[in-house]
Structure formats: structure tokens, C-alpha cells
Design a protein. Structure first.
Length: 283
């Protein structure tokens, strides 16, 4: 190691990490942060991350998830005057590789304003209760609730008037209230509450993404020794085990440093792709 090279101690010592959340993500992020990096953390009071978009649709998310997350972390850092921030942003919808199942993509981001560093990791999981429906009878709503893991997982009830949300009830976690709202509205729009504090399944996916991020923050650049070295891109084309044609799976992984620009290519761990990923053998 070169003399004077940065060490995680010299970069992070004495600093506090601000976790940008108003939905209790510190419950998983805080202990991991302390365990892996030994850093104290805090959650700012009075930050409104919902201003950048909500899952329930009252505030539309106008930016892509990475830009949205960057803005949330920046707002949390501005509010506290700190320079080290952490946050996560989820997106739900058809899984990118298996579009017939719903997926949860969680992006986690580390921001160090002092050293102009941003590190991102992401996890895509099919483990999600993400779902919505229009229901008009109680057994239908009951079935939806059971499938959504209610009441350990929250629900959202909307009464629509055309395209407009007339009434909105978020964070419902008990049967009595659900029944009362059903009796009140008759037909209604129900959806899973995807906010982390109302969705333990999502909280677990955030934890997986955070574990990846902290592993990466412990991985240092071979050239300049900065922490945060890891995979940033890949080239598709791993050959099919059956026909040898290129698939969409990565053939080469590109790992790079956020600070000095050093990058290297690594061949994929497996030399061949399973035929299930081949557009020719398994269209
Ligand atoms: Zn093939
Ligand atoms: Zn480097």
C-alpha cells in the first residue's frame, strides 16, 4: 500500500451518517451501518421524503429512482448540515427478467459530499406482496388481505371518483378498520402499502441491498485504495450451454473505482449460461 493512501478510518473517522428516511428504514440500516462500518447514524427530524413521490399516487415520482434517491439524501444532508448520507428507493412492477411475476427493485445509495463519492447497489427480488385490485364484496377483500399478508403488512384503501382519489386511507393494519371502511364504501380500490414500515417483506429486500452496499464499502480500489470498489457494469453474451449462442446474461463484469477511475474486466464466474436464459432454446 502506498504511503498516505486513504484508509476507511481516515475517511470516515468522527463522522455521523444521516439516514434519509421517514419510514423507519433505520431499523435495518442503522445496525448494519454500525456493525460493518462502525459508524454512528441519525435520522433527521422533519424531513419530508414524500415530497419526491409516494407509492400510493397522491404525489407522483417525476424523476427516475436514482435521481429521486439522490434528492432525498441531499435534502436530509441539507437539513442536518452533515456530509455523509445513506438511503434507499424502491420500485415495484413486473420483474425485469420474469415479467409475469411482480418484482421489488431496491436501490441503496451512499453519498459522501466531502469526498464527492456516490456508491450505488441494487437488488431485484420476486419476494414482494405488491398488488392492487378493485373489490366490491367482502370475501374478495378478505382474500386480497390474506394474500397481502395482512395485518402484519399494511393496506391502502382508496375511494375513487373517476380518476380522482376522493378518500385515501393508508397504513391500515387491523381487521376492524378494514371492515368499517368496506361497510362505508362498498366498492373500493385496495392496494398493498409499500412503505417500508408497513411492509416487512420489503424491509428484508432493503436489508439485502444494504448488505451488498456495505460489502462494497469494505472493498477497496486496487489502485488508489479508496473504499467502494465494485461492479458498475457488465457486458451481455454469456454463451448458452446448449447451443453456444450469446444470451443476455453477463459474459464480462466491469468493476470500477468511484474516485480514481481505475476499472477492470472480470470474466463471469460460470463459463456457460443455462439454456433457460437462451432466446433460441427457450424463447
Ligand atoms: Zn441456446
Ligand atoms: Zn481508485
Amino acid at each position: 500500500m502506498a504511503a498516505g493512501a486513504p484508509t476507511p478510518d481516515s475517511i470516515w473517522a468522527g463522522r455521523t451518517v444521516v439516514i434519509a428516511t421517514q419510514h423507519e428504514k433505520e431499523r435495518v440500516l442503522g445496525p448494519l451501518l454500525l456493525f460493518h462500518l462502525g459508524l454512528p447514524w441519525r435520522v433527521p427530524e422533519n424531513i419530508n421524503t414524500d415530497q419526491f413521490g409516494t407509492f400510493s399516487g397522491e404525489v407522483e415520482r417525476v424523476d427516475d429512482p436514482v435521481t429521486t434517491l439522490r434528492k432525498k439524501i441531499r435534502a436530509a444532508l441539507d437539513a442536518t448540515g452533515k456530509t455523509l448520507g445513506l438511503g434507499s428507493e424502491g420500485s415495484f412492477g413486473p420483474h425485469p427478467e420474469f415479467p409475469w411475476v411482480p418484482g421489488d427493485q431496491e436501490i441503496v445509495m451512499w453519498v459522501d459530499l466531502k469526498n464527492n463519492q456516490e456508491v450505488i447497489e441494487l437488488v431485484t427480488s420476486t419476494d414482494t406482496n405488491y398488488h392492487s385490485a378493485v373489490v366490491s364484496d367482502w370475501p374478495q377483500l378478505e382474500r386480497f388481505a390474506h394474500e397481502a399478508k395482512f395485518p402484519s403488512h399494511g393496506l391502502i384503501i382508496k375511494k375513487m371518483e373517476g380518476e380522482q382519489i376522493r378518500h385515501l386511507h393508508k397504513g391500515i393494519t387491523n381487521w376492524d378498520l378494514l371492515r368499517t371502511l368496506f361497510n362505508q364504501y362498498g366498492s373500493l380500490h385496495v392496494e398493498t402499502d409499500m412503505r417500508a414500515n408497513f411492509n416487512p417483506t420489503r424491509m428484508q429486500v432493503i436489508e439485502l441491498a444494504a448488505r451488498k452496499l456495505f460489502a462494497r464499502l469494505q472493498n477497496r480500489c486496487p489502485q488508489c485504495r479508496w473504499p467502494g470498489f465494485g461492479e458498475t457494469n457488465w457486458l451481455a453474451g454469456l454463451p448458452c450451454e446448449n447451443c453456444g449462442r450469446p444470451t443476455r446474461l453477463p459474459k464480462v463484469k466491469i468493476t470500477s473505482c468511484t474516485q480514481c477511475g481505475f476499472c477492470q474486466e472480470e470474466p463471469a464466474t460460470d463459463p456457460l449460461a443455462s439454456a433457460q436464459f437462451c432466446d433460441f432454446c427457450n424463447p
